[in-house]
Ligand binder design. Sequence first.
Ligand code: FAD
Length: 393
Amino acid sequence: GRPRVVVVGGGAGGATVARYLAKDSQGQIDVTLVEPTRHYYTCFFSNLYIGGFRDIASIGHSYGKLAAEYGINVVHDWAVGVDRDAKTVTLAGGAVLPYDRLVLSPGIDFVDGSVPGWDVTVQNKMPHAYKAGSQSELLKAQIEAMPQGGRFAMVAPPNPYRCPPGPYERISMVAHLLTQVNPTAKILLVDPKDKYSKQALFEEGWAKHYPGMVERIGPDFGGDKVEVRADAMEVVIDGTVEKVDVCNVIPGQKAGRICEMAGITDGNWAPVTGYTMQSRIDGTIYVLGDATAQGDMPKSGYSANSQAKVAAMAIRGELLGSSVFPAKFSNTCWSLIAPEDGVKVGAAYEPTDEKIASVSSFVSQTGEDAALRKQTYEESLGWYAGITSDMFG
Ligand code: FAD
């Protein structure tokens, strides 16, 4: 029969690799995609939803075309086990899927105890909104319901985590929303990191668009010694209790748990070789996106999509003998600071024996004029349309 590839996770990495495998092999590979949700809400642009620039439906995508147009067997279930000797994946519903090659792109899970007082049992009181959909809607509703002059807090994550500029784009979008509905409200950003992605650009933007609204507490003032009390809506920073009205806790992160269950993690992440995106622990398993330890690429949707194309090519080469070209990767992270004020950071990458290495990079500059910022924002709209059709057809 046809060689079988099972893909776990229908997000930026998994949907892309499934679609490329099906499309480019013209049906010669039997592709099964395992994904519990019927609608995938992109984390990318979920901050723009919070800011009021997109509606929730516009960031939701279904798997219908992958099944109907590409012949992918889309199974809505959780993978709960991988038997690497038998080469099978077990699903929560009991099915056992045999594979010749397995691709894992499960995204992230949260590190237990990362923020004392927080775990998923309190995520309705203190949402993370770092997996998009209902959490994004909840966080936005809470912000809209804040008392006038109230206080929004974010507990930012330690490195490494998905979307390095994501928390700071979120601060920008929350500030924009508050400027519209609650202009005397304040934002408290508690951050365990000394510095962060595009910091100078965000700080310039906050001072310009939201003067006096955002206060950041870094590790020098206890930003790395934080505890939360969800029932009391308190954030305790190095012993000092702060009462807040909304608290967005973004905990420390690790590879989606199926990687650990498959036994392919080293610490929190799954090491891969950048030549092919194969696991360094089991060469019949490929790992994509946020779950990987690969080197210089940030954990982003763009990165996961770029890695998926390299993996699809390598898998077709192995299973069908089709030609394989040297791996190349790219990434850009766009962030919206205020209406039509977009910034970006990006790079091109190539694999070495040790890691995926950055070979050239670019970043927006402070002081850029409005026309250039508008153009950067418009580029991001084109990118969103492009990546979502690359994922879902
Ligand atoms: P995901 O896209 O999260 O997909 C993982 C999928 O696997 C999920 O659908 C999940 O349901 C499924 N899954 C998990 N475990 C199992 C299992 N056991 N069995 C079956 N299925 C499973 N990136 C950008 O490039 N640009 C941006 O502008 C951007 N903005 C962001 C803003 C925010 C607020 C956030 C949080 C992230 C942002 N990102 C952005 C990052 C981007 O969303 C992630 O890096 C990207 O989604 C990673 O792709 P992935 O395939 O690794 O994981």
